[in-house]
Design a protein around this ligand. Structure first.
Ligand code: 9MG
Length: 284
């Protein structure tokens, strides 16, 4: 599959690719005071690209359960200088992780090619901005909103509900001028889901291939991995690799992760096996 990006660029998704996570919040890249250390954040982005990340996902507001909200100005102050510098220094693909239309627009003008919206462009004006900027978009499913989403997630059928939500958001985007070739879908692991919901989504990921769009997944370091392994956030790399590999075997094209180098290797192995299986089943 191919994902169309602004300015005529195209991303080949015939092998699974890695999106590196860069959260620009005061607790991640503080310079010791209130300010974000741009040099440290930039160095982290370069490192992830050197390790094989194809996309750097830059976010200035945490979407973790219970996280505080930030203003448009604060979010822009955090992400824009970094996007501008990174795009000037390196030929790379930047995605902006935001739910706010004003931040989407400013980030695209600063060089971001993909809008990664955990709210699936539901904010008023979001679709119009993504269409006007010709950005690619990741539409993610979330039940509720980040502050409260993990209090009591409930579904009759998590697969059916997530799938029909994504289908309806894809239709809304296409009707309002975002071609399907610019869209990614994401079931939203951990966003208003219990461990049982997350496991069901991972096991039934092939169902989402019916939408005929590339699938992005993000499970890196998440609570679901802690619940399964009993490990703290910093010790979940191996669990994240297992989850990423299973997701790719079940049809995911992009994996959002904090652990870029290890994930790149894991996906190379999964892809090599997939290609070998294809070669064996091809008519000679
Ligand atoms: C911002 N963010 C945090 N987790 C995510 C996930 O699983 N998918 C996407 N698309 N974005 C995420």
């Amino acid at each position: 599959m191919i994902l169309e990006l602004p300015r005529g660029r195209r991303l080949d998704l015939s092998s699974p690719l890695v999106m590196g996570v860069l959260n620009i919040t005061p607790d991640s890249f503080s310079d010791g005071g209130r300010h974000i250390g741009i040099a440290a954040a930039l160095a982290a982005a370069h490192r992830m690209l050197d390790e094989g990340a194809t996309i750097i996902d830059i976010g200035g507001e945490s979407t973790r359960p219970g996280a505080d909200q930030v203003s448009v100005t604060e979010e822009c102050d955090r992400v824009l200088p970094l996007i501008e510098r990174l795009c000037a220094e390196r030929d790379c693909i930047v995605s902006i992780d935001t739910m706010k239309p004003a931040v989407m627009q400013a980030a695209c003008r600063a060089g971001a090619a993909i809008i990664n919206d955990v709210n699936a462009l539901q904010a008023p004006g979001a679709i119009e901005i993504a269409a006007a900027e010709q950005a690619a978009v990741c539409l993610m499913h979330m039940q509720g909103e980040p502050r409260t989403m993990q209090l009591a997630p409930t579904y009759c059928s998590v697969i059916d509900e997530v799938s029909s939500f994504l289908e309806s958001r894809v239709a809304a985007c296409v009707v309002q001028g975002i071609p399907a070739a610019r869209l990614l879908i994401d079931p939203g692991f951990g966003f208003g889901k219990t461990l049982a919901h997350n496991l069901e989504l991972l096991a039934h990921l092939p169902r989402f291939q019916l939408l005929r769009l590339p699938i992005l997944v993000g499970m890196s370091r998440k609570g679901m991995l802690g619940e399964i392994t009993g490990r703290a956030v910093a010790e979940r790399t191996a669990a994240g690799l297992a989850a990423a590999t299973l997701a790719v075997c079940n049809g995911a094209s992009l994996v959002r992760t904090h652990d870029v180098a290890a994930t790149v290797d894991a996906l190379k192995v999964a892809d090599a096996v997939r290609r070998a299986a294809q070669a064996l089943s091809a008519p000679s």
